[in-house]
Design a binder for this molecule. Sequence first.
Ligand code: BGC
Length: 253
Amino acid sequence: MASKATRAVGVDIGGTGIKGALVDLERGALLSDRVKVATPAGAEPVDVLVAVRTVLETLGVSEAEVPLGVAFPAIVKHGRTLSAANVSDAWIGFEAERFFEDGLGREIHFANDADVAGVAELRYGAAADQDGLVILTTLGTGIGTAMLHNGTLIPNSELGHLQRAGHKKDAEAWAAYSAMERDELDWAEWSRRLQWYYSHLEFLLSPDLFIVGGGVSKHAQEFLPLLDLQTPIVPAVHRNNAGIIGAAALAVS
Ligand code: BGC
């Protein structure tokens, strides 16, 4: 078959869950149910590999004929993971892409989770046709960011780790969705933290659009209207599936 694949599998590894699905690359839509398993405690490489294998087996796509993209919650450069905010430190400086390829017995495409969510929104969602600077943020266990300028991804932006003046903890420890759960905040209390975060990003980078992804984006109407920003801010069209769709899309680009 000479034509470019129109389907691929995307697996999105997060600090809390590992999700995967078969994706229609023409529409940017899921073709299968979404399979989710919990991220193993400690998120050690071998345990994460086993969990990814489980996701692929459950999807019935363990064979190599369907391209596979894998997204990971760390800096990813030349196939290596260079940070580990919500996973084991064993990933720092680790040949992760090769490790998954060896362990799964097939080729994969490998990238940062927020970056692939940005690619999904660029191709099939809220960032399509948007000029200037778009900043996608994923609010989950951590805060992931993707910077898109005139349709080009600037990878590994890591703006979830901005430091707050006078505080030991960084932005994601203060304002991620996990912080809302941990500190038992209501929407109004959490949105005051988000207000600080997005205002700070706005001041530093003067974006043209913010996109909010992550699982909590399905409740966007509870907190986005509480924010007072110069920059338009919208939920990700693909909500929490943006990572799966973007990982799949990158597998074929
Ligand atoms: C990591 C990022 C990741 C984000 C969302 C952060 O802690 O440093 O690489 O994109 O969490 O998972």
